[in-house]
Ligand binder design. Structure first.
Ligand SMILES: NC(=O)c1ccc[n+]([C@@H]2O[C@H](COP(=O)([O-])OP(=O)(O)OC[C@H]3O[C@@H](n4cnc5c(N)ncnc54)[C@H](OP(=O)(O)O)[C@@H]3O)[C@@H](O)[C@H]2O)c1
Length: 173
C-alpha cells in the first residue's frame, strides 16, 4: 500500500514494488487513478472518496509517502505482523510528536512495526539495482513538465501549487 502514489516519490514506489512482484494498492486523487494503474498498481483507492485507514482492509506494508494520516490511523490499516514506513510528510512535526508522546501506547500493539525513514543510507548496491531497472525500462521517471533554467521561478511556483504528477524538470543545459 502506497499512501501518496502520484508525485515524485510515489510514482517510483509503485513501480519498484511491482518489480518485487508484490500486490500494490495505490492511494491518490481521482485525476491520477489511471496514471497509477499505468504504473502497475493492482488496485487504486481515491482518497477523495474513501479513507483506506477506515475501510477495514489490512495491509502487510504501508508506505506512508505523504504522511497525511495520523500514526494511529496508519497502524490501524496494518495487519498484525504489518509494517508502517513513514517516508516523508509536510506534517512531519505532528507525526514526530505523535511518535514521541504515544510511543508506549504504540508499542503495545502486538507485532505491528513502525519505522521512520529519516535520511536513507547511501548504498551503492541499491543504486546499481535502480540503474538496472531504469536501463531495462522496468521503471521510468514520470515527467509532468520541463522548464528552462531561466524559468526556475515558474517551475517552483508550479511545484508549490501541489498538482504535479511525477517530477518537474529544470534543464540546466
Ligand atoms: N518529490 C520529490 O522528488 C522528493 C524528493 C525528496 C524528498 N521528498 C519528500 O518525500 C515526501 C513525499 O513527496 P512527494 O512529492 O512524492 O509527495 P507529497 O507532496 O508529500 O504528497 C503527494 C501525494 O499525496 C497525495 N495527496 C494529496 N493530498 C492528499 C490527501 N488529503 N490525502 C491523501 N493523499 C493526498 C497526492 O495525490 P494527488 O496528487 O492525486 O492529489 C500525491 O499522491 C515529502 O515529504 C517530500 O518532502 C520528495
Amino acid at each position: 500500500m502506497t499512501d501518496g502514489s502520484s508525485r515524485g516519490v510515489g510514482t517510483f514506489v509503485v513501480q519498484i514494488a511491482k518489480c518485487f512482484g508484490v500486490e500494490v494498492t495505490a492511494v491518490c486523487s481521482t485525476k491520477n487513478i489511471e496514471a497509477a494503474r499505468s504504473l502497475g498498481a493492482d488496485r487504486v483507492i481515491d482518497y477523495t472518496k474513501e479513507d483506506f485507514t477506515k475501510a477495514g482492509e489490512l495491509y502487510d506494508l504501508i508506505l506512508a509517502v505523504n504522511g497525511y494520516h495520523s500514526i494511529f490511523s496508519y497502524r490501524r490499516g496494518a495487519n498484525t505482523s504489518g509494517t508502517v514506513l513513514l517516508v516523508g510528510s509536510s506534517k512531519v512535526i505532528r507525526l514526530l510528536l505523535e511518535a514521541i508522546i504515544f510511543r508506549r501506547l504504540l508499542s503495545c500493539e502486538n507485532g505491528k512495526t513502525m519505522h521512520f525513514m529519516g535520511i536513507a543510507k547511501l548504498n551503492q548496491g541499491d543504486l546499481i539495482f535502480l540503474e538496472q531497472l531504469l536501463g531495462d525500462s522496468k521503471i521510468r521517471t514520470v515527467i509532468d513538465r520541463t522548464y528552462k533554467l531561466s524559468e526556475s521561478v515558474e517551475a517552483f511556483k508550479y511545484f508549490e501549487e501541489g498538482h504535479v504528477r511525477g517530477k518537474v524538470i529544470i534543464q540546466t543545459v
